[in-house]
Design a protein around this ligand. Structure first.
Ligand code: HEC
Length: 275
């Protein structure tokens, strides 16, 4: 079933009278923080109803929500760029971030209430967790391309957003200064295909192992085996959970060579992860 988007012109009056006015969202930017209530957000972009299936509980549910893109545009204007990551701050201190490019390609929403009569909460890690004030959801019911590069990030109890330039946040994983064009291309492959799951110098995802610190993978794996692993993990370990590199046959070898060049270059740039 397609996503149901109903513009709740009347609904606005209903939810204004409830606790929604206490649900504020902070937009941070160097130089200050601006806070907006649900009513104020509704003046920027209309309330929509979104149906999703969250990976947290694997249930189809409907929420009242705001589309994220118009909010970012209204609040950050020119500061909201492709090169930025958006960092989400949650009540418990969890702080996931998302590449701006992913936010531009797919439709994310900030939900602030249930639209199907259920409590605005979710069963996660063995207990019922409040979703409010805001819950980041994705249009994974209607958006068919979404599954291919599905962001693993569905933070709830979101209280604040902040765009952070990628270069500042990820300095320790950028290729060394004056790297060759091949190394720089390899970094882009890593950023687009590997970084959600793997870290370099502690930066990136933690679903798969760290690949640089203290010993870089190119230092303990023979390069031909490493390439084969990245292209087809299951041709080496039958139960590997890592997905094969998603690339057209014609470009795969080039991508692999670029990637290896980047990984090798990082042998010369080891930065101890924080803690
Ligand atoms: C969806 C998550 C995911 C993605 C994307 C991913 N990996 Fe992995 N990777 C894993 C997991 C999990 C493992 C651990 C072995 C397993 O279960 O497959 C792993 C293992 C590895 C290993 C072996 C490390 C060791 O010390 O044994 C290497 C090297 C590696 N990945 C490189 C890459 C590269 C390069 C990319 C990008 C092209 C990539 N991975 C993309 C999840 C991922």
């Amino acid at each position: 079933m397609p996503v149901i988007k109903i513009f709740l012109a009347l609904g606005i009056f209903l939810f204004l009278s409830t606790s929604a006015s206490a649900q504020t969202l902070a937009f941070q930017l160097r130089g200050g923080t601006q806070t907006r209530s649900v009513e104020e957000l509704a003046k920027i972009t209309p309330v929509v109803e979104v149906q999703t299936r969250s990976p947290i509980d694997d249930k189809k549910r409907r929420f009242k929500a705001f589309a994220l893109k118009p909010l970012l545009k209204a609040m950050y204007g020119e500061h909201w760029k492709r090169d930025d990551d958006i960092v989400f701050t949650c009540t418990d201190g969890y702080q996931p971030s998302l590449p701006g490019a992913i936010l531009q390609r797919h439709d994310a929403y900030l939900a602030f209430a249930s639209a199907d009569g259920q409590d605005f909460s979710i069963f996660d890690h063995g207990k019922v967790q409040d979703l409010g004030p805001y819950y980041l959801i994705w249009d994974n019911v209607r958006d068919e391309a979404f599954d291919d590069e599905q962001p693993q990030v569905w933070p709830f109890q979101v209280t604040a957003l902040e765009p952070v330039p990628f270069k500042l946040r990820y300095a320790a994983m950028l290729p060394p200064a004056r790297s060759s064009a091949q190394v720089r291309r390899g970094f882009l492959v890593f950023r687009n295909h590997c970084m959600n799951c793997h870290s370099i110098n502690g930066l990136g995802g933690s679903l798969g192992p760290e690949l640089n610190y203290p010993v870089n993978v190119t230092q303990y794996y023979a390069i031909p085996w490493l390439k084969r692993w990245i292209a087809m993990p299951r041709s080496i370990r039958y139960n590997a959970t890592m997905p094969p590199l998603d690339a057209e046959a014609g470009t795969r070898d080039k991508m692999l060579n670029d990637l290896i060049a980047y990984l090798k270059a990082m042998v010369g740039k080891k930065v101890a992860p924080p803690r």
